[in-house]
Ligand binder design. Structure first.
Ligand SMILES: Cc1ncc(COP(=O)(O)O)c(C=O)c1O
Length: 492
């Protein structure tokens, strides 16, 4: 099958990958061997990253843990990045790395792209970063998104994906007059109180959300990924307790497809949401403008009522979030004292730094460049090459790891942490599952450190985003570096 502008050539076999991951979590932990890890720590991190180490230890005096961003908490200590260009990152000590983190996903055409940067600098020279009033790029970005994504009649820009997820839920409640939200277990829809539920590991309910009181989850529940029966059961149950306002999914599977879902499941979620009068909400914070210009929804052929955007829509610049959708839903999102247009109760939302000219010009320019460079497809081809190469290496070194991808979103799962599930019918098993997953998470971090010492930066040692800034030769070089780590792995 041809890519046709999408990042995906052949969609993964979700059932087969799930079986492989089921096998992985039955096995003992395989990881970088302790002696090799010690070598990486001493010969790379201590010897070659001394300036980073010193800065982080000073930063710890004023920043909790030493860094501000969750993704920067790397073992054995965070490194300090001073320069980013294309597919490379450079640190304070003068080391360089291949960038498979991509700022957590936004930089699909590569980091610090000069075309986007120049457009932002031009804007800064004329308008500055923000005025609180309308800028033409707000229109241009909204028009661009609406032209690319058929389900988006209108678009409202917000400050982050988290804000957009919160906002869509308010719209869903106003539009449907119903109360509850159902989200896929393990999916991430930001860190707002109501949505910080069933995170990472399906079935965890509020266990991973310390600081959120349990009453907040009165109207939130999760359904098991790839299980339409479970979704329908919960939709039916909700009919007796105020109905379901929205069914949220990450269309490529929870946590960017860490637990893959089938195409039929995605379509089934749309069907069931509508059957029970709920809005079907696709969280495309990661997949939007990465799986294709029309998003994962374009690839799967679904028509969500509302879509959550983030990351790429601000091209790696701050202020990356927004909600798009059908006219009848978006009517609740008019801004200002008199929202203009149809008289409806407005959903409460805002943000001083939402929709700044910077985020809008960067988003508009990056989406235009994605179009020109066919970036979704190019990045997807690189993801396919990387995944195939990793699968061959896993075989060569006889490791239980599982590599799979959805286009440019690649997963190299060495421990299967997020493949566990919590079973509330057997509460006595829960502490064991949680302690096993935290042991495995520590090994993921060790793997991430080993990759970094070999010159490859990953997301948490298990997720790899490819970009259009990669060439086949780069991917082959990246694979050689992964091989160096695999050669040092074994049963712990
Ligand atoms: C699928 C998904 N939804 C929502 C969010 C939250 O977006 P933000 O970090 O911009 O708040 C993320 C962030 O990684 C995400 O991956």
């Amino acid at each position: 099958m041809a890519y046709n502008g999408f990042a995906i050539d052949e969609y993964l076999d979700a059932e087969k990958v799930t079986e492989q991951l089921d096998e992985l979590i039955k096995k003992p932990i395989y990881s970088v061997k302790p002696k090799a890890l010690k070598n990486y720590c001493e010969k790379y991190f201590d010897a070659k990253c001394a300036k980073s180490k010193e800065m982080i230890s000073e930063a710890k005096q004023v920043i909790p843990g030493g860094v501000q961003h969750n993704l920067a908490f790397n073992y054995p200590f965070p490194i300090v990045i001073t320069k980013a260009e294309g597919n490379k990152l450079y640190d304070l000590d003068g080391n360089w790395y291949y960038d498979l983190l991509q700022a957590g996903g936004p930089t699909i055409i590569g980091s610090n792209d000069p075309v986007v940067r120049d457009a932002v600098i031009d804007l800064l020279n004329t308008c500055g970063p923000s005025t609180g009033l309308f800028h033409e790029y707000e229109y241009k970005l909204a028009k661009k998104i609406s032209d690319c994504v058929p389900s988006v009649d209108k678009f409202r820009m917000l400050g982050s994906g988290t804000e957009a997820c919160m906002c869509a839920l308010r719209v869903a409640r106003l539009k449907t007059g119903k109360k509850n939200v159902l989200k896929m277990g393990g999916a991430y829809h930001g860190w707002s109180d109501q949505m910080a539920y069933g995170m990472r590991i399906p079935g965890t309910k509020g266990l991973q959300s310390p600081g959120v009181p349990s009453f907040v989850f009165k109207h939130t529940d999760e359904f098991f990924p790839n299980d339409l029966e479970d979704l329908e059961k919960k939709l039916k149950r909700n009919e007796f307790i105020g109905g379901t306002a929205a069914v949220y999914i990450e269309p490529i599977g929870p946590e960017s497809g860490t637990r893959p879902v089938s195409k039929e499941f995605v379509k089934g979620c749309e069907f069931l949401a509508h059957k029970y009068g709920a809005l079907f909400v696709c969280d495309e914070v990661v997949s939007g403008f990465r799986i294709g210009l029309s998003g994962a929804q374009g690839y799967f052929g679904v028509d969500p009522d509302l879509t959550i955007f983030g990351k790429i829509i601000a091209g790696g610049y701050p202020g990356a979030g927004g909600v798009g959708g059908h006219d009848d839903c978006m009517a609740y999102l008019g801004a200002g004292l008199d929202a203009g247009g149809k008289k409806v109760t407005k959903a409460m939302c805002g943000g001083t730094m939402a929709a700044t000219p910077i985020s809008c010009v960067a988003g508009y320019t990056v989406i235009s460049e994605i179009e020109k460079r066919n970036a979704c497809e190019v990045a997807g081809r690189m993801g396919d090459r990387l995944t195939k190469g990793l699968q061959e290496l896993i075989k060569k070194y006889n490791l239980p790891f599982v590599a799979f991808n959805t286009g440019s979103v690649c997963h190299l799962d060495s421990v299967g942490t997020m493949h566990f599930k919590i079973d509330w019918n057997k509460p006595w098993t829960i502490p064991g599952v949680l302690s096993e997953t935290s042991k495995r998470k520590a090994e993921m971090q060790h793997m991430g450190a080993a990759y970094m010492a070999e010159g490859v930066i990953t997301l948490a040692g298990s997720r790899l985003y490819t970009s259009a800034a990669y060439t086949e030769a780069d991917i082959d070089d990246v694979l050689r570096r992964f091989e160096n780590v695999f050669a040092n792995c074994g049963k712990l």
